[in-house]
Write a protein that binds this ligand. Structure first.
Ligand SMILES: Cc1ncc(COP(=O)(O)O)c(C=O)c1O
Length: 395
C-alpha cells in the first residue's frame, strides 16, 4: 500500500467526501440545509481592496514568513476594539491560511505521541485527523444537552493528567450552543499551572443571539493556558479566501509559527491586504450577519415549536441541532428527509458518537427557502408524536 499507515488509519473526511456530490432527492425542489457557511457574498470593499492588491509588485513575490506588519496590527487592533484584549503582534499572533490548517496542524506542534487530546463530542469533525496525525490519543469531551458545555468533573483525573490539549468551540458547530465568560474562566482556572493547553476555535464568533460571544482571552490569565483561533470565513463571507489567525499563549503561537516556517513560505500579500481591510472596516457587517441569523433562528424555531417538534435551543452560530424522531438515527433521517421532503441536512454522527441521533440544519438560506423548509418540516410533526414516543404530549 502506498498510503502511510498513519494516514490510512484516519477515516475519510465526511464533508470532503460529500461536498459537491450530486444528491438524489424526492420530487420537490431540493433545499440544501447542509451548507456550513453564511449564504451572502464577500463585501464589495474587501473585493475591491483584494483586486487592487494583486497589482502591487510586492504582493507578487515571497513575503515575510510571519506576515505583514499591517495585517498583524489589524489583528491586534481588532482584538482590542472587540474584546478589550491586548496582544503582542510578534509573540502572540500567528496568521493562518484558513483556520482548518491551524486546527489540524496544532497537535503536531505541541502534543507528544501517546498524550491525550480532548475533543468536544458533539464537535467539529476535522480536529480528529490532527490528533491522529500527531499519534496522540483522542478522548471525547462529552457535551450534554441542552447547554453542551464542558463538565470537567465528569472527566477522569487520570485522563486529565495525561491531556496536553483541549479543543473548545463556541458558538458550537453543530449544536448552536454558546459559552459565557464564566465557562472560560472556569476552564482557565482549572488548567492553569498544568501541562494542558486549550485551543478555542472561534469560527462563528460573529453569531451570538442573546449576548455577544466572549473571547476566551478575556478570562483572567487566559494567555497562560489558551490560544484562540479566529476565522474570517463565516463572519465576513470569505471562506474561499482561506484566511484566519491564532492569538494568545506565546509558547503555542511560537510552535505554530515554527511549523509554518517549514510548511509555508508566507501568505499571499494581496490576501493579507484584503483580510486587513476586512478587520479594519467591517465591524458593523459582523453585527448585521448576526442579526440576520437571529431573525432566521426566531422564524425557524417558532415554526418547529408551533408543531411541538423538539429542538435544541440555538443561541449562536448558523446551525440548529435537531433530534431525530424515534426509529431513525441521523443517517436514516437524512435519507428520509431527502426522499420525502427533498431537504438535505447533515447527519450528526460525523460530529461524534453523541451526534448519532441528531441532524444538523444550516440556516444559511434566504427567507423564502427557509420558510418553505420550515413548512415541509412541520408536515413531519406526526413522526415526533407517535403514540408512546418520548415527544408525545400525552407522555
Ligand atoms: C467549527 C469550525 N471551525 C473551523 C472551521 C474551518 O474554517 P476555515 O478553515 O474556513 O477558517 C469550520 C468550517 O466549517 C468550522 O465549522
Amino acid at each position: 500500500m502506498v498510503m502511510s499507515e498513519r494516514l490510512s488509519q484516519i477515516p475519510d473526511s465526511y464533508f470532503g467526501k460529500t461536498m459537491g456530490q450530486k444528491v438524489e432527492h424526492g420530487p420537490l425542489p431540493l433545499i440544501n440545509m447542509a451548507v456550513g457557511i453564511p449564504d451572502g457574498e464577500t463585501p464589495k470593499g474587501i473585493l475591491d481592496c483584494f483586486s487592487k492588491a494583486i497589482h502591487i509588485p510586492e504582493n507578487q513575490k515571497y513575503g515575510a514568513f510571519h506576515g505583514k506588519d499591517t495585517f498583524k496590527q489589524a489583528i491586534v487592533d481588532f482584538y482590542q476594539r472587540q474584546y478589550q484584549v491586548a496582544l503582542d503582534k510578534e509573540d502572540e499572533v500567528c496568521i493562518l491560511y484558513g483556520t482548518k490548517n491551524g486546527l489540524v496542524n496544532l497537535p503536531q506542534c505541541i502534543v507528544n505521541p501517546g498524550e491525550n487530546v480532548l475533543l468536544p463530542d458533539p464537535g467539529y469533525t476535522d480536529y480528529l485527523a490532527g490528533v491522529k496525525l500527531a499519534d496522540a490519543i483522542p478522548v471525547p469531551l462529552v457535551l450534554n444537552s441542552p447547554d453542551y458545555l464542558p463538565e470537567w468533573d465528569k472527566v477522569a483525573q487520570s485522563v486529565l493528567d495525561n491531556t496536553k490539549l483541549i479543543y473548545l468551540t463556541y458558538p458550537n458547530n453543530p449544536t448552536g450552543s454558546v459559552a459565557t465568560q464564566n465557562v472560560f474562566d472556569e476552564a482557565i482556572k482549572r488548567f492553569k499551572g498544568t501541562k494542558t493547553k486549550i485551543v478555542h476555535d472561534f469560527a462563528y464568533s460573529a453569531f451570538g443571539f442573546d449576548h455577544k460571544n466572549p473571547s476566551i482571552l478575556q478570562s483572567p490569565q487566559a494567555k497562560d493556558v489558551a490560544i484562540e483561533i479566529f476565522s474570517l470565513s463565516k463572519g465576513y463571507n470569505m471562506s474561499g479566501f482561506r484566511v484566519g489567525f491564532a492569538v494568545g499563549n506565546k509558547e503555542v503561537i511560537q510552535a505554530l509559527k515554527k511549523f509554518q516556517t517549514h510548511t509555508h513560505a508566507g501568505m499571499f500579500g494581496a490576501l493579507q491586504d484584503a483580510a486587513t481591510y476586512a478587520l479594519n472596516h467591517y465591524d458593523t457587517f459582523l453585527e448585521e450577519q448576526s442579526a440576520t441569523f437571529k431573525r432566521r433562528r426566531d422564524l425557524f424555531e417558532a415554526k418547529l415549536a408551533e408543531k411541538h417538534i423538539p429542538f435544541e435551543p440555538m443561541k449562536g452560530g448558523i446551525f440548529l441541532w435537531l433530534a431525530t424522531p424515534e426509529g431513525y438515527d441521523g443517517e436514516q433521517f437524512v435519507k428520509y428527509l431527502l426522499e420525502e421532503q427533498s431537504i438535505l441536512v447533515a447527519p450528526g454522527i460525523p460530529f461524534g458518537e453523541h451526534g448519532r441521533n441528531y441532524v444538523r440544519i444550516s440556516l444559511a438560506l434566504n427567507d423564502a427557502q427557509l420558510l418553505e423548509a420550515a413548512n415541509r418540516l412541520q408536515s413531519l410533526s406526526a413522526l415526533y408524536h407517535k403514540e408512546g414516543s418520548v415527544c408525545d404530549d400525552k407522555n
